[in-house]
Structure formats: structure tokens, C-alpha cells
Design a protein around this ligand. Structure first.
Ligand code: AMP
Length: 281
């Protein structure tokens, strides 16, 4: 497995593979790899011939008061996980490699970036869209894998790829969870023991919403209240949003007539957690 540090190096490696029939897969990450990332890497490994995992903590997707400085960084352990899972390349550029002095272009996806995470974290999705465009452009993968855990991000990336005609097949893999339901996240490391015990409440609330839909509840407002009624039982949790949305546009649904995605974000102290479930009626 190679560790490549420069965009030029990545482009050169990719050019070397341009023989016909080599399928290149890519899994973009910010490192601190856990079993959620591992599942993406394994799925990618089975679907391609040459696999790149990128590891880059992207400053542009963090707000000024967010956790960029303390976000966990452990390239050695991450690289060894990637090697164990059969990656061919770890792409781990420096900050100045990705954003050299003078860099001034931003990629924006308009409507999908407005709501939910976008409303709570201004600039976040511009940062995501910009870095993903740069990574896909340099690596030119045939397939790129993302997690359902970041549902809005996955929808935004599908839109981006279609809008700017990137020739990549975007695949979204199911959320990997702890045994108590908490979605795996690099940020779970920040939780105190008491917050960690409280954290599965978000998934429980989303499941209550899904159960209501299964029991033929159709009103978005009632489903939302059902989710809220679970979360208010947890004094440590502060609700940021709980929403019943169209799975493609992410607009809120007054009535669930087809599929819905239930999106949620809470705060436990300073730690922000997001999660989602898809619900069929
Ligand atoms: P991150 O390192 O947080 O930027 O995540 C890199 C990729 O892993 C993104 O596509 C995430 O959606 C995905 N991911 C993160 N956590 C999970 C999880 N628990 N299950 C599945 N995919 C995940």
C-alpha cells in the first residue's frame, strides 16, 4: 500500500492505471477510522480493482467555533487499518497541499445545503462540496462510497456529481451502529460516560418515528411530536432538529405518502450528534 501526500502524486498514480478494465474505488474520510469507515472500505474493496482511501481533516467544513483543532488525528493507525483492509493507496495531503495560498474557489450546492445541517453549520456544505470535488477530480474514481450516517451529505454529493458531470458512481452504504444503536462517529470519543449512556436516545427517537409510520401515521407533525416525546425524557440531550423529510429533496413533509427520511440532530453538552433512518409507509 502506498501513502501519497500530493495531488500530483495521486494524479500520476491514477494515470498509471488508465489501462482498460481497472475499476478504481474511493472512500473519502477525515480519518480517526472506525468500523463505519471500515464497512465502506470493505464494500469498496469488493466493488473495485484499485482502492484509494483519502484521509484529510478538511478545515473548510468546520465552523470557526467548531472542533477542527481537536478533531482526532492518527494517521499511523488509520493507514494500518487501510492496509489490513486491502487499500492500495492512502491519500493524506497536508493543508497547504489541498488549499495552497491564493486558493479561492468554492463549490456550492444551493438548495440541499440550506436546511438542517446547513442551517446549523453555515459554510459546512460548501466545505464538503469543495473538498469532494477536488478529491474526485484528482483521483477520478469509477465509484465513490459514502455513509448513510451523513444522509444530507450523501444527497448533496449525488446532486453535485450529477450537476457537474463527474463520471463517478456514487454509492451510499448503511449506517454502522454500536450494539445499543448509537451510530459510530469519530466524535463519539468526545462524550463523557454519562453522555455516552444518553447518546442512543437519538436513534430511539428516530425509531419511534419510523414505528409510527409503520402503524399508518401520516401526519409529519404527529410523527415529529412522537420523536420529540422520546427525546424530552433525556435531560442531557438538547434537540437541534427532528424532521420528517422527502428522501430526495430533504424538504419537510406535511404528509408521508411514500418514503420518508427522518433526520435528527442533538447536543449532549458540547458534542453534536446527528443520525437518520429511512421509513417506508
Ligand atoms: P468522516 O470521516 O466522518 O468524514 O466520514 C467519512 C465517511 O464515512 C462518510 O461518507 C461518512 O458518512 C461515513 N461514515 C461515518 N460514520 C459512519 C457510520 N457509522 N456508518 C457508515 N458510514 C459512516
Amino acid at each position: 500500500m502506498k501513502v501519497i501526500r500530493t495531488i500530483r502524486g495521486l494524479i500520476a498514480w491514477r494515470r498509471g492505471l488508465s489501462r482498460e478494465g481497472v475499476r478504481v474505488g474511493m472512500v473519502p474520510t477525515m480519518g480517526a477510522l472506525h468500523d463505519g469507515h471500515r464497512a465502506l472500505i470493505r464494500t469498496a474493496r469488493l466493488a473495485c480493482d484499485a482502492l484509494i482511501v483519502s484521509i484529510f481533516v478538511n478545515p473548510r467544513q468546520f465552523g470557526p467555533t467548531e472542533d477542527f483543532a481537536r478533531y482526532p488525528r492518527r494517521l499511523r493507525a488509520d493507514a494500518s487499518l487501510c492496509r489490513d483492509e486491502g487499500a492500495d493507496v492512502v491519500f493524506a495531503p497536508s493543508l497547504t497541499e489541498m488549499y495552497p495560498a491564493g486558493s479561492q474557489t468554492t463549490v456550492s450546492v444551493r438548495d440541499i445545503a440550506r436546511r438542517w445541517e446547513g442551517a446549523a453549520r453555515p459554510q459546512h456544505f460548501d466545505g464538503v462540496a469543495t473538498v469532494v470535488t477536488k478529491l474526485l477530480n484528482a483521483a477520478r474514481p469509477d465509484i465513490a462510497l459514502f455513509g448513510q450516517k451523513d444522509y444530507q451529505q450523501a444527497v448533496l454529493i449525488r446532486r453535485l456529481v450529477e450537476d457537474i458531470d463527474l463520471a463517478v458512481d456514487v454509492r451510499v452504504c448503511p449506517t454502522v451502529r454500536e450494539s445499543d444503536g448509537l451510530a459510530l462517529s469519530s466524535r463519539n470519543e468526545y462524550l463523557t460516560p454519562a453522555q455516552r449512556r444518553a447518546a442512543p436516545i437519538l436513534y430511539k427517537a428516530l425509531q419511534a418515528g419510523r414505528a409510527a409510520i409503520k402503524l399508518r401515521e401520516r401526519s409529519g407533525a404527529v410523527i415529529q411530536r412522537r420523536m420529540r416525546s422520546v427525546l424530552v425524557n433525556e435531560p442531557l440531550a438538547r434537540i437541534e432538529y427532528l424532521a420528517v423529510c422527502d428522501p430526495h429533496t430533504l424538504e419537510p413533509l406535511a404528509r408521508v405518502t411514500n418514503r420518508a427520511v427522518l433526520l435528527g440532530a442533538i447536543r449532549l453538552g458540547r458534542v453534536r450528534l446527528i443520525d437518520n433512518v429511512l421509513a417506508d409507509r
